[in-house]
Design a protein around this ligand. Sequence first.
Ligand code: BG6
Length: 494
Amino acid sequence: MAQTKKAPIIKPFNAVIFGGDGDLAVRKIYPALFHRFVDKQLNVDFNIYAITRSNDKHVAFNERLRKFITESTDYAVDQKTVETFLKKIIVLTLPGHSIEDYQPLKIELDKNPIFQNVYYLSTPSDAFGEIGDALNACGLINESSKVVLEKPLGNSLASSRHIHATISRSFTEKQIYRIDHYLGKETVQNLMVLRFANHLFESAWNSEHIESIQITVAEGLGVEKRGEYYDNSGALLDMVQNHLLQLLCLVAMEPPAQLDADSVRNEKLKVLKSLRLLDDKTVLTDTAKGQYTRGKVDGHSLNSYLEDISKYESSTETFVAIKAHIDNWRWKNTPFYLRTGKRMTKRYSEIVINFKSVKHNVFHAQGDIPGNKLIMRLQPEERIELVQMTKLPGPGGYRYRPISLKLDYMDSFNERFPEAYERLIVDILRGEQTLFMRQDELEAAWIWIESVVNGWKKANQKNILYEAGTWGPGEQIMEENHTWSTNPKFNEGV
Ligand code: BG6
């Protein structure tokens, strides 16, 4: 995201990773720190502490770490740099959360009292309170300390409030960084630049000009090894509550007066509070949920969800589509179609702005003119497309069809794209909170999500089964003449 002023410098730090030998830490956190280190962005004194519960895994941990760091590197790095970085990671075993248990950490952190301490809690949320209390009791929290919280941050409004209450015993809101890694993705941040640095788009960014908006986050993968977590959560809580709603906020919010954390988050909060709640009637017309059955992709057979989680039955949804409405001046009558699912045809995420058609068709002999589309593709390839009507060459009257103007991010900027976690971790070290959710945002998101959950329960809404490797049952919520962008008819010309 563009900065209004020069980015603050990074001060010397201790990064303390709780759950330090866990999957997320090894796959995302250390590699992110490593790439920023290689890029000389961490050009200050720092230490990394990997906090584990038992010390019998140390050797295996080091091997795993080396493997992930090396594998996450898509450019040439000499082995010396890898070794220098690995030496910075000190593994500490803290068996519990008493003051005595935390002494090894206290001894380490007290060696550098002027460093900022960044506590990254990559643990289940029920440990947050105890960790904060123990750090506090050991005198390890001061004004410059920060705490980073990983999802899931509860599974309801009440549990999210409870988590907040436990962590606020030790940290203030200004010290809390709630990670949503979607906000660290390049194209997601580019959305802010596209909207607020281009008059052309912003002047048409409302329901006068926009018919509908589609936000799709489709995944090719299934639940992999996370069946237990996923079966208690489902697509709505796992993806919509955080990632899709954050994307919706960035698309729908008013321009903030400035780019500071509170101005941006205030605008996002207004969007979340304007979301129309659903109930047992509207869920039936405006939502679809599904679960994948066996299927095939590229000739490979795929298991069903129940086979993946080794259960005979489950009502958990692996797909959800919602027609959402934002009840405010800007978006009156412009539906936002949200869709996400596992085991879909392929990994494919995009935001599509569907503009209205021209007010008067002077080419009526040629049939209807579809509206322009602005497509922001987030992954796998990152690009922006503007679909516009173009005359077909040659005589014989005005024949036209939709053609895309394409801006391919990779081709335009011939450089490495940092991973979302790299950007977010650097922001944390700089004390920049714009890309992190505030508690009031989280609560507003939960209120809307709970209206869907309760609507589903009351209406006894069942999953629609879809074959693995397909686009799922999203068409159910589409109005007549509307299709998802992944449908081949979407870009069909006149
Ligand atoms: C995570 C979800 O937050 O996001 C996963 O828990 C999901 O279920 C992942 O697979 C998707 O992230 P990305 O960056 O691969 O689109």
